[in-house]
Design a binder for this molecule. Structure first.
Ligand SMILES: Cc1ncc(COP(=O)(O)O)c(C=O)c1O
Length: 393
């Protein structure tokens, strides 16, 4: 038996598709035998640090999203930080500038704005989308929350598409709308490399800055490295630093798994989206004291998870409802960071403030929750959810 056959046999004998997250059946892993095999082959190849497999993943992901460039990093949060730092380094954004950030988002959708040197201004989200809406006079962080595309516009739009693989707005894919975007490939996402992230952009300058910021500030992966190296001929180009960077590189395993995942995007998202339609329709018809969030006109929802908002006068509160669902094996979570201004960490975010009232974010904070969604969910998952909801009121 050759090495490749031996690896395949090993994976076949030991692979389990149903995978829990935090001990709860929240989702089914998108990682299959192909990805495990590719990861093992990478380890056996001897080339484990960022190399040609990461480059191939970047190329495939740029094409899938519809941007000229993609720069791979080790998480979605890293992608946000690298994206914002690269946009400042290239003059698209300015340090000290205000950025409009939705009050409902992931923690690092907010924290990275301040970490990059911008001043976050939290504002309320739309009641139909739970995303930032409207036209703003300052740069915006458009968080496509749980797969729902944000329609916000401003002088500069940056996208947090970490949970919106394959979503679209009009004829543009989430992640190709703004000056740059960030994706996450964490375990529970549409596509996964266990941990991982990507910065997408059409700007070669931003992509080059991102390549330096991601890896120590050096020039190695930049397309303009020959010019920069020549202009600094007195410094060995292997250790020539042009950005005040970090080390947020992925490993080569990320690249190997990502290359296997990208071709699965369309089928995975189509199934999630069909589930989302069906779940919205079925649960609305139950006339329970809660609302669901159907896809908005002109958008394609990527259905990362299935959010619900209890009515203020519902006979049970969120804690009791979530406990009842969990008891039936249905995992629940709060809607991301809920109202981020009400998290203890908000006081530690430099230069952050809230602008205006936040009634929608406040409702989400006290009455919102989500259950998992997956390409591998079928009618049995919906039936289990429907039974659980009906029995809880
Ligand atoms: C909207 C959003 N932003 C950022 C992140 C952070 O991504 P990561 O966990 O890969 O750092 C997530 C993670 O789910 C997310 O949903």
């Amino acid at each position: 038996m050759n090495r490749s056959d031996a690896v395949r046999e090993l994976v076949k004998a030991h692979f389990h598709l149903e995978t829990d997250i935090d001990g709860l059946p929240l989702a089914v892993s998108p990682i299959g035998p192909d990805e495990i095999e590719a990861a093992i082959e990478t380890l056996l190849s001897g080339w484990m640090t960022m190399g040609s497999r990461v480059a191939a993943f970047e190329e495939a992901w740029a094409e899938a999203v519809g941007t000229d460039h993609a720069v791979c990093v080790n998480s979605g949060s890293s992608a946000l930080l690298v994206m914002l730092t690269a946009l400042i380094e290239t003059g698209v954004l300015e340090r000290g500038q205000e950025m409009i950030v939705p009050a409902v988002g992931w923690s690092t959708s907010l924290f990275t704005v301040a970490q990059a040197g911008l001043h976050p201004v939290l504002v309320d989200v739309g009641a139909e989308s739970l995303c930032l809406e409207g036209e703003w006079d300052r740069p915006v962080m458009a968080v496509h929350l749980l797969g729902c595309p944000s329609r916000a516009t401003g002088p500069v739009v940056v996208e947090d598409a970490c949970g919106a693989h394959g979503a679209s707005l009009g004829n543009r894919r989430a992640g190709s709308i703004g000056a740059a975007s960030a994706f996450s490939f964490f375990f529970s996402h549409h596509l996964s490399t266990i941990e991982g992230g990507m910065v997408n952009t059409n700007s070669e300058a931003v992509a080059n800055a991102a390549r330096s910021v991601r890896a120590h500030g050096w020039t190695r992966e930049r397309s303009d490295r020959a010019r920069i190296n020549a202009a600094n001929a007195e410094i060995d180009p292997r250790f020539l630093f042009v950005s005040a960077g970090y080390n947020l590189r992925p490993t080569e395993i990320t690249g190997a798994m990502g290359v296997c995942q990208v071709p699965k995007l369309e089928a995975f998202v189509a199934k999630r989206r069909a589930n989302h339609h069906q779940w919205c329709e079925t649960i609305s018809e139950l006339n329970l004291p809660l609302r669901v969030f159907p896809e908005l006109p002109g958008t394609e929802h990527a259905a990362f998870a299935f959010p619900m908002l209890l009515d203020a006068d519902a006979s049970v509160d969120r804690q009791a409802l979530c406990a009842a669902l969990e008891a039936r094996g249905i995992a629940t979570r709060p809607i991301s960071g809920s109202n981020l201004a009400r998290q203890p960490a908000f006081g530690r975010v430099p230069n952050a403030r809230v602008e205006g009232n936040t009634p929608v974010a406040d409702a989400v904070h006290t009455r919102g929750f989500f259950v998992g969604q997956s390409h591998a969910f079928d009618h049995t998952h919906l039936e289990r959810l429907v039974d659980g909801l009906k029995a809880s009121f």
